[in-house]
Design a protein around this ligand. Structure first.
Ligand code: ZN
Length: 205
């Protein structure tokens, strides 16, 4: 089975409780400490086996193989990946059946991560999540005061549109955000805009 590690908690001694996002569900598994084991990290795509344990409710994570991509060893890129992928845990941890969409989205993003600006890939992927979950608001009205937004739009957490004065943010050109939301492509946004959109994303999926 394959999946992305989206959370790791320490258990007793040096054992770990690991949550893996697979195609159709989240698996939370127990990993016994062992010096023979390879190290694992949040963000890794792994191939693994699950061993049921009759004595406990939690199954064991076994035979882990890190399906590494070259950028996994580029610390700056990998750090952004970890920051991004960690957001999926609070978002999905209570969902029983996971839509294939999330695994496929991460797979697609991880393939782009090497060549493209990582934060740009994250921001574009997040937009796809909002659209998929039906949570993307159009930019016509401010989510706080409900009045029409004119030339500049600010984006709050979950890219909720607002007046720049309502959330005390310098905002973006309305047409740039409209184009981004419509095309799902951030090509016309500069790196400074991407940086700010990424910071908003990090407030929570
Ligand atoms: Zn407003």
């Amino acid at each position: 089975m394959q999946g992305f590690i989206i959370n790791i908690n320490k258990a007793r001694d040096e054992d770990l409780i690991v949550t893996v996002l697979c195609e159709e569900r989240l698996q939370t598994l127990y990993r016994f400490y062992g010096s023979r084991h390879s190290t694992i990290n949040i963000g890794y795509l792994i191939d693994f086996e699950v061993q049921q344990n009759l004595k406990t409710t939690i199954s064991q994570l076994k035979n882990v193989l890190h399906l590494a991509q070259s950028w996994n060893f580029v610390s700056e890129k990998f750090y952004i990946w970890q920051e991004f992928i960690k957001l999926f845990y609070p978002h999905l941890k209570d969902v029983e059946h996971i839509d294939k969409f999330y695994f496929e989205l991460l797979k697609k993003a991880s393939e782009k991560w090497q060549k493209q600006n990582a934060k740009r890939v994250a921001v574009e992927s997040y937009l796809e999540i909002l659209i998929h979950e039906g949570r993307l608001h159009n930019t016509a009205n401010c989510f706080l005061c409900d009045r029409k937004i004119e030339d500049r739009v600010a984006l709050a957490r979950a890219y909720l549109p607002a007046h720049i004065d309502c959330i005390y943010d310098s905002g973006y050109k309305m047409e740039s955000i409209e184009k981004f939301f419509k095309t799902k492509n951030s090509f016309h946004l500069d790196n400074a805009d991407i940086e700010r959109l990424y910071r908003t994303l990090c407030e929570g999926v």
